[in-house]
Design a protein around this ligand. Structure first.
Ligand SMILES: [Zn+2]
Length: 378
């Protein structure tokens, strides 16, 4: 019987990230960071495994793929659920949030921003691939090393935001495996694995509806589980983190800031004339749905916090938008998101959810390892 590492090594070659292989050995300078991220993924697996349905169980192996993209993959092979996280899922959000907090004008109420100063990296903008980013630093004669905020609290804020971003991706991929998305797609369409972000592959509209319903479902699970576990964290918050992580409002702000950052790295966009043309929902719609799920979860479980959700969420997105500008990126344009309010978008979302409720959810009953549905379709 093959080991999960052998299975992962083989699977890597078929995932299509320019032939990238498993990220191994991990250089000494990065091993602490990546081992910490591996532990974080293991703890999410342990929590979700506690929710297995009687008689249903799957082992999951998580590892990293040697590519600088912000991307991930879920696959099921030889009775193993495989989560492949590209090196960029760890390094890109951390680099972006660190650059932001290392700027004196970003989030001036966090820690002591006067310790920070402007740097050449504050003109780089948002680059969607970590390897491109470091290559351009080298070619400009700069150090490729990410900038770190000087103020310790600002540095902790950046690290926490990067962890939340990573956690969102891990939970999304785990949902694809544990709710049976991968095996259902394998059985139905012969689709062997699910990439988090893929280039457009022409398929028919019905197929796209199925894929979009699956992506919405994974995002819903991820947003729901990620935010609710952050809010229910009841251990004493270490004093070093107290000013940014003590109250539910602070945690919600951090979560909204981090998730907004992930979607800005992907680029927010929506074209109402192309809604059915892709197997992935437009990023602006995914972001909007993630925030709606968060709001819905708060209304159920934290009604007091739900009352302030819109303000906190709006503040976090505003701060994130300013931070993007301070590191050389573009402010979010009205055209990037205005079509969220388009009647075509509304009817598309309704059609996808109708499909999810009538077709996908009943079909997944057979494949899901977890009680289903854990997250109500809205
Ligand atoms: Zn996905």
């Amino acid at each position: 019987m093959r080991t999960p590492v052998e299975i992962f090594d083989d699977a890597c070659r078929t995932w299509g990230f320019n032939q990238a292989t498993r990220f191994f050995p991990i250089p000494d300078a990065l091993s602490g960071l990546f081992e910490g991220r591996r532990t974080l993924a293991q703890s999410q697996i342990a929590i979700l495994s506690g929710l297995f349905r009687a008689g249903h169980k799957i082992n999951i192996y998580v590892d990293f793929v040697d590519s600088g993209e912000l991307n991930a993959v879920a696959d099921v092979r030889e009775l193993w659920g495989l989560v492949g996280l590209l090196r960029g899922t760890v390094l890109l959000p951390l680099d972006m949030f660190s650059r932001m907090l290392a700027h004196p004008k970003v989030l001036p109420d966090i820690g002591d921003p006067s310790k920070e100063s402007m740097h050449a990296q504050h003109t780089e903008g948002l680059v969607p691939d970590f390897d491109q980013l470091t290559a351009s630093r080298r070619s400009a004669g700069q150090s490729p090393e990410p900038l770190s905020p000087v103020d310790p609290l600002r540095s902790r804020f950046a690290s926490l935001a990067a962890e939340i971003a990573y956690d969102f991706l891990v939970l999304h991929e785990l949902s694809h495996i544990m709710y049976g998305h991968c095996e259902y797609l394998q059985a139905k369409n012969g689709i062997p694995f699910i990439l988090e972000v893929a280039h457009r592959s022409p398929t028919d509209a019905q197929d796209n509806r199925l894929r979009q319903a699956i992506e919405f479902h994974a995002d819903k699970c991820s947003a729901h589980i990620g935010l609710s576990s952050m809010l229910s964290f009841s251990n004493e918050v270490p004093s070093a983190f107290a000013p940014i992580y003590s109250t539910p409002e602070q945690r919600l702000f951090l979560w909204c800031f981090a998730i907004s950052g992930v979607f800005r790295l992907w680029g927010l966009r929506i074209d109402p004339s192309e809604l059915d043309a892709e197997g992935y929902p437009p990023t602006a719609l995914r972001f909007d749905m993630a925030m709606r799920v968060a709001h819905g979860m708060l209304r159920d479980k934290h009604p007091k916090l739900a009352a302030g959700f819109k303000t906190i969420c709006h503040d976090a997105q505003d701060e994130l938008d300013s931070a993007v500008v301070q590191i050389g990126g573009n402010r979010l344009a009205r055209e990037d998101v205005i079509h969220l309010n388009d009647a075509r978008t509304d009817s598309h979302v309704r059609a996808v959810f109708r499909y999810a409720n009538r077709t996908l959810v009943p079909a997944l009953e057979k494949y899901s390892y977890l009680q289903f549905p854990k997250v109500e379709q809205q």
